[in-house]
Design a binder for this molecule. Structure first.
Ligand code: ATP
Length: 451
């Protein structure tokens, strides 16, 4: 048995896609292995498939070297590792967009099966999904286990390649994506996909199949806009359902399709953290209390501060001896209607927030309302004329000058707003590949999923 890990083959401008390179390697190895097993050409359609699965692993979304979604691939195959290595090298060298000096392909081939992945390799995967790793560490870890490696450029791709190998042992939660590929003559041209058929197929497959469309934005989220070989990618919890949804979509010809086992939609990137103990470039799940009213700034981005529960009004606004007790959270403009949920927050609401930390600001992917502030103190209104009273002076209550009515203090009124306890999320059009959609379930409170 052999595991082939690969990464970093594509370029933002020139296209290509590591899933496609993996599919090509897998197809060639499958053909060659079957020929070896049936040399006289007596191959039948049930000749057993040497490939157990293709694994698509999303790594730390905060890594600056990524082209788009920080994907790395692993092929689990029953074949000679030497053969796998030479086929993978040839395919990578011919397909990787090495003319772009930001493309630094890497290949790692492990000569054992998925049940024999060493602990340091699986640990490496977890860290590649949650932290930043140096190229040297990928090289020394691969050498320690006698893995064959190949690279071009600075070889950064070996980080993703090794992480893709280790992920299978480190994680239990997996989802599926069925990717359909275009004819190479059409790469770089507009995709001919019938939007109505996508909407109908998405409705048919929901909720086993998710993030196919964004119904409110009328966006076919499964169809990329970049110049690469993918026509559409259908994601979900069930391998048969993602295939079936792909089959229902009417489009230009599909040249080939491939099912991937993935960590997409699993929140594998999130770690439990505490405000004050966070670091940029990592993604967290944090508890806290809203400490400033949400503010919409230029560009439509909505910001608010979250503070530690233990924070007191007497504490310094931003720091204590233990580090900052507040953190800024943001819902960016592309998160669309999610921003209305954020705007509905009030100072004092208790939340769990999830997202990536960059420039000491948490980019919100989802949040749970744990407890809403349900009352507020307001200036009293005059019972006769209904207008707002005015202060009668320090500690002297409030008075309506016109009607001569008075009130001793502020009134407590109930706050009504369009927000309940439970989880809220960004819509499908703004979802990060690795972020878990609420429709998948398993959350610790009620959910308000976006469709
Ligand atoms: P696509 O989604 O189109 O396949 P991409 O977004 O996956 O592209 P890559 O071209 O693969 O981007 O570039 C990401 C690079 O960052 C790879 O070289 C990968 O090895 C490296 N990398 C991934 N995770 C980490 C990490 N945690 N620390 C350091 N480098 C990383």
């Amino acid at each position: 048995m052999t595991i082939v890990g690969l990464d970093d083959t594509d370029s933002r401008e020139r296209g290509m896609c590591t899933t496609y390179v993996a599919t090509q390697i897998a197809e060639r190895l499958r053909r060659e292995c079957r020929q070896d097993n049936h040399p006289a050409g007596e191959m039948t359609s049930d000749s057993s498939d040497p490939i157990s699965r293709l694994v698509l692993v999303r790594l730390n979304p905060a890594v600056e070297y990524k082209t788009r979604g920080n994907a790395a691939l692993a092929i689990h195959i029953d074949c000679d590792p030497h053969r796998a290595f030479s086929v993978a090298c040839e395919t990578l060298a011919s397909l990787a967009e090495t003319a772009d000096d930001r493309t630094n392909p890497g290949l790692v081939v492990a000569d054992h099966d998925e049940n024999a992945i060493p602990k340091d390799v699986s640990d490496f995967s977890r860290r590649a999904i949650r932290e930043h790793i140096a190229i040297d560490e990928a090289a020394t870890t691969s050498d320690r286990h006698g893995y064959r490696t190949w690279h071009a450029g600075d070889g950064r791709g070996r980080i993703g390649a090794l992480a893709a190998i280790g992920a299978w042992a480190e994680y239990d939660e997996w989802t599926y994506e069925y990717i359909s590929y275009r004819d190479s003559d059409r790469w770089g041209t507009g995709r001919d996909v019938d939007a109505e058929s996508v909407l109908a197929a998405a409705d048919w497959g929901y909720p086993d199949v998710w993030d196919t469309i964004d119904r409110e934005e009328s966006e076919t989220v499964c169809v990329p806009h970049t110049p690469g070989p993918i026509l559409h990618g259908i994601r979900g919890d069930d391998p048969d359902a993602v295939r079936a949804v792909a089959d229902r979509i009417e489009s230009e010809p599909v040249v080939t399709g491939q099912l991937f086992v993935t960590n997409q939609g699993t929140d594998a990137h999130l770690r439990h953290g505490r405000i004050g103990d966070t670091r940029d470039g990592r993604a967290y799940r944090l508890e806290g209390r809203v400490a400033s009213p949400p503010e919409t700034r230029r560009g439509g981005h909505v910001f608010f501060d979250l503070e530690n529960e233990s924070n007191t009004a007497a504490a310094s606004p931003h720091t204590t001896g233990d580090g900052p007790t507040r953190i800024q959270c943001v819902a960016f403009e592309p998160t669309k209607r999610f921003r209305d949920r954020v705007r509905a927050l009030r100072v004092g609401d208790r939340l769990t927030v999830c997202g990536e930390l960059a420039c000491e600001t948490l980019k919100l992917e989802k949040f749970a309302v744990r407890k809403l502030v349900d009352t507020e103190s307001v200036t009293p209104t005059c019972p006769d004329c209904g207008r707002s009273m005015k202060s009668a002076g320090h500690n002297q209550g409030y008075r309506c000058r016109a009607c001569a009515t008075s009130a001793p203090e502020k009134e407590t009124v109930t706050i009504t707003r369009d927000l309940e306890e439970g989880w809220y999320e960004v819509p499908p059009c703004a979802r990060r590949h690795i972020a878990k959609p609420l429709v998948r379930g398993g959350f610790d409170a009620a959910v308000h999923p976006e469709k």
